[in-house]
Design a protein around this ligand. Structure first.
Ligand code: 5FU
Length: 264
């Protein structure tokens, strides 16, 4: 059941993050708590999928460093589609280095901070290498970047984030810096602060795992039992022969799970 879940309305009132306000408004408008992970490797494939999927999702997630023909024209088109179709752009870069290196990576050849609304960071490098760096970009209107998602738990088998107090320490970093940490990447709800959104990868309605460490579970488990807010779906949609049909199926299932209590 969804007992104890904070409603979207309550969250909207709680959060001071402009990014989360934008996300929640998209969620309500589109009846969607779905983020599509497009792990295609050419800009043409990606943009074609974004055009079709954009209306049904709150976020499009990419890995900028797997795109073989990455260019500024690609990010310009992506930004235009995001503005028109109302989704946020998420680069799953998983920063994990010194603050200075992270800064260079955010402004380097991919210019991530200029086109991504949100990026992921690991917590392993510690708070001082994370918070001041991202704060500088997020508070600077010259950059599009407006929030960061802290990886508290990975979906992968044997993930070291499950060791000892790792997740607890990561949550502490987020809880104390909620002006920039707008969400977690997590498997289960782990913070008492309801203004931080819980984004969860490792969701597939038809398969349990791949052969390289990924673990999937269904939407009900991810949303109703583990109390996440936004479902990140990749191959369940992108490897399907009928991706948009699948996308609609995921959107509806995830939204029903999220709003179950509210509608009862
Ligand atoms: F942080 C994480 C994680 O713990 N698991 C993930 O799967 C990120 N991911 C990403 O979500 C991963 O890099 C893929 O881009 C996406 C999941 O796609 P899938 O095709 O559903 O496995």
């Amino acid at each position: 059941t969804n007992a104890g879940r904070t409603s979207l309305q309550e969250r909207e009132a709680l959060t001071t993050s402009p990014l989360n306000h934008k996300i929640i408004s998209f969620m309500k408008k589109k009846s969607s708590n779905l983020c599509l992970a497009i792990d295609y490797t050419t800009t043409e494939q990606i943009l074609q999928m974004v055009e079709k999927a954009g209306p049904f999702v709150v976020a499009i997630k990419v890995h900028s460093d797997i795109i073989t023909d990455f260019s500024e024209s690609f990010t310009q088109q992506l930004v235009q589609l995001a503005n028109n179709l109302e989704f946020i752009i998420f680069d799953d870069r998983k920063f994990a280095d010194t603050g200075n290196t992270t800064k260079l990576q955010l402004t380097g050849p991919f210019k991530i901070a200029e086109w991504a609304d949100v990026v992921t960071t690991h917590a392993v490098q510690g708070v001082d290498s994370i918070v001041p760096v991202f704060r500088e970009f997020i508070n600077n209107p010259a950059y599009r970047l407006s929030g960061v998602l802290l990886i508290a738990q990975l979906s992968t088998k044997g993930s070291l984030t499950n060791i000892h107090e790792y997740t607890k320490k990561a949550v502490q970093i987020a809880d104390e810096n909620r002006d920039i940490v707008s969400g977690f990447i997590t498997q289960t709800r782990i913070s008492e602060f309801s203004d931080i959104l819980n984004w969860t990868p490792g969701v597939n309605l038809d398969a349990k795992n791949d052969s390289t460490g990924q673990q999937w579970r269904g939407v009900e488990q991810a949303i109703e039992i583990q109390q996440n807010d936004i479902v990140i779906v990749g191959r369940g949609v992108t490897s399907s022969k009928e991706p948009i049909q699948q996308l609609k199926r995921y959107r509806q299932t995830a939204w029903e799970s999220l709003t179950k209590e509210e509608n009862e």
